[in-house]
Design a protein around this ligand. Structure first.
Ligand SMILES: *Cc1c(COP(=O)(O)O)cnc(C)c1O
Length: 384
């Protein structure tokens, strides 16, 4: 046999489909329907046209300017774009999102998408001798990494209202002496814990075990845990440019944590690929962070369309979870999830259906532009 036993045991992640048979409205991968800030386009053109020689050189291995720009963006918006206030170019956090300290450059780590970041985090903090704890329904890449690194896990069922069972997660973590990971807000449910709920978990969790919160969607209305970082040295927050920063094609994800944790992940990175962020992504990422006002506006637009769509689905008799993200998780008791997905696809719109026991009745729908959502509402009307 050519391949290793390790290789034979892999169960890779299956992404939302990208069919080529016709033009679809794509509401299946939680991408942002808006393009990045025009400033990002200009900066990339300027880099390629006027600094082409830099493409022949290795980029800054520490991505220092990018990290400074990310820290600055977080300080401006408080880590939740959709609630931030904009006055001209000036952005200030909503009262509830104010961070009681300044996020500094040494608290940031970046990688090629938060998927790569998560992979290094799993390697750095979870051990093969200890089960880590995760919710039953959450980002489906976590179990993939568990398999990849051969780390045992303990999966905790959600409560009947689809929220995390924080008590069970904690008791399992204590029993197994392992770390904890979950997305907040969670996917695919779209439901989030408040910062105070996470704080209560952290108070009860072991301070010697990693506690990872994946905030991929928090900019659309959750509560960020960044303000808790000074109180809890074992807290590690993963975030991404792919959703609220309209940059899924950029492949930029990042960590916000205390410098000791950042140094640990950096050691892993430097043992695999010393230069993960290419020069062009450093430029485009840095520039995106310099135009926070733009992304506050696009996030607000997504939230507005989400609320409109929520009301529509309710009115049409769907069971809908109250999302704090850029997607909605819903089901109809007369139309199975797989049928709904197929019938909407036949009308040129892609949404996501998971053939996973327990959530197979649901579909997950990413929030698009006003026009895309209008087309989707029409498609659903046609089906009903
Ligand atoms: C989309 C998503 C990611 C991955 O983001 P990338 O930065 O594009 O790799 C990570 N975690 C969650 C919960 C996500 O939904």
């Amino acid at each position: 046999m050519l391949q290793s036993n390790r290789m034979n045991g892999l169960h890779p992640y299956v992404p939302g489909e990208q069919p080529k048979d016709r033009e679809y409205i794509k509401l299946n991968a939680n991408e942002n329907p808006y393009a990045p800030s025009p400033k990002v386009g200009k900066a990339v053109i300027d880099f390629v046209e006027n600094h082409r020689e830099k493409m022949g050189l290795y980029p800054d291995p520490d991505s220092n300017e990018l990290h400074a720009a990310i820290a600055d963006m977080l300080n401006q918006c408080g880590g939740v774009l959709c609630r931030a206030k904009v006055d001209g170019d000036k952005v200030t956090p909503a009262e509830e999102d104010k961070i009681p300290f300044t996020v500094t450059t040494d608290m940031i780590y970046t990688g090629n998408g938060s998927d790569e970041v998560l992979s290094f985090v799993f390697y750095a903090f979870f051990d093969s001798g200890e089960k880590f704890v995760l919710p039953e329904f959450t980002y489906s890449f976590y179990p993939v990494y568990a398999g990849f690194y051969n780390i045992p896990m303990d999966t905790i069922a959600l409560k009947s209202d689809w929220t995390l069972d924080t008590e069970k997660m904690l008791s399992s973590a204590h029993a197994d002496n392992g770390g904890i990971i979950f997305a907040n807000p969670n996917a695919p449910t779209g439901l989030g814990l408040t910062r105070e709920q996470v704080r209560q978990m952290l108070l009860k969790a072991s301070p010697d075990k990693i506690f990872i919160v994946d905030e991929a969607y928090v900019d659309f209305g959750g509560q960020s845990c960044i303000p808790l970082l000074k109180e809890f040295k074992n807290l590690l927050i993963v975030r991404t440019f792919s959703k609220s920063l309209c940059g899924a094609g950029q492949r930029l994800g990042y960590i916000v944590a205390n410098p000791e944790l950042i140094n640990i992940v950096t050691t892993v990175k430097n043992s695999v690929n010393h230069f993960p962020i290419d020069a062009l992504s450093q430029v485009s990422g840095k520039t995106a962070c310099s135009d926070v006002a733009y992304y506050v506006e696009t996030s607000k637009k997504v939230v507005e369309e989400r609320e409109k769509f929520y009301d529509f689905l309710k009115e049409k008799g769907f069971f809908v979870l109250k999302s704090q993200t850029n997607f909605i998780f819903a089901k109809h008791d007369k139309i199975p999830g797989a049928d709904l997905y197929k019938k909407i696809r036949d009308q040129g719109i892609l949404i996501r259906h998971f053939a996973t026991a327990g959530i197979e009745d649901f579909v997950r729908i990413s929030i698009g532009t006003a026009e895309q959502m209008q087309a989707l509402r029409q498609a659903i009307e046609n089906i009903l």
